[in-house]
Write a protein that binds this ligand. Structure first.
Ligand code: E4P
Length: 214
């Protein structure tokens, strides 16, 4: 399973990278807005930090505009993946990107039927948002299970990238289902390593070590 960080904050990305877990990065317009920086500048910095897929999201809502943005971002670095919203115009843009060998990540996916279309056209990644589904009393992980089954039934090569992860259990459940990738906020990456028994155990070991003659 690949771990991506869901962030546009280059300091966070550097810290996660230092933990040796990072396979890639996803960004979105809200995450970029939080940095207060120009997107192209942020993107150029991220590709220097992480040698893996980096998702850059288009903000046009028509296929022509999306493709213009896609070609521009894709020309920055071979690791750039174009993130396209799951709307009809997005599917049109996806088809052309597939023909032009531009890597894609279809975002804002909330149903199995949407994911089926994405897999059939042949996106590189599909991003179902589990946390936002949970927020409206719908089981986000059930969607991941449905997409896994559908993609396996038809041997679709599109990778399932679990997005909108809110806590470690989302990650564990994604791994049990066999999702290909999870994009994880920095705060959750930090939570993953934590266990109170580890901290209590270490404290005791270090205290006992003081009694050992040197
Ligand atoms: C996915 O790529 C999105 O950037 C992200 O996971 C959305 O998460 P949120 O629902 O916590 O905003």
């Amino acid at each position: 399973m690949q771990f991506f960080i869901d962030s546009a904050d280059t300091e966070e990305i550097k810290q996660a990278q230092a933990m040796g877990l990072l396979d890639g990065v996803t960004t979105n317009p809200s995450l970029v807005a939080k940095t207060g920086r120009k997107f192209k500048e942020v993107l150029e910095e991220i590709v220097e930090i992480v040698d893996g897929p980096i998702s850059a999201e288009v903000v046009s809502t028509d296929a022509k505009g999306m493709l213009k943005e896609a070609r521009e971002y894709a020309s920055i670095h071979e690791n750039i993946v174009i993130k396209i919203p799951m709307i009809v115009e997005g599917l049109k843009a996806l088809k052309v990107c597939v023909e032009e060998n531009i890597k894609t990540n279809i975002t804002l996916v909330f149903s199995a039927s949407q994911a089926l279309m994405v897999g059939k056209i042949g996106a590189t990644y599909v991003s179902p948002f589990v946390g936002r589904l949970d927020d409206i009393s719908t089981d986000g992980m059930e969607l991941i299970q449905q997409i896994r089954t559908i993609y396996d039934n038809y041997a679709f090569e599109t990778q399932i990238l679990v997005a909108s992860i809110r806590h470690p259990i989302h990650l564990v459940q994604s791994a049990l289902i066999g999702a290909d990738v999870a994009t994880i906020p920095f705060q959750v990456i930090q939570q993953l390593a934590k266990h109170p028994l580890t901290d209590i155990g270490l404290e005791k070991f270090l205290k006992d070590w003081e009694k050992v003659p040197s």
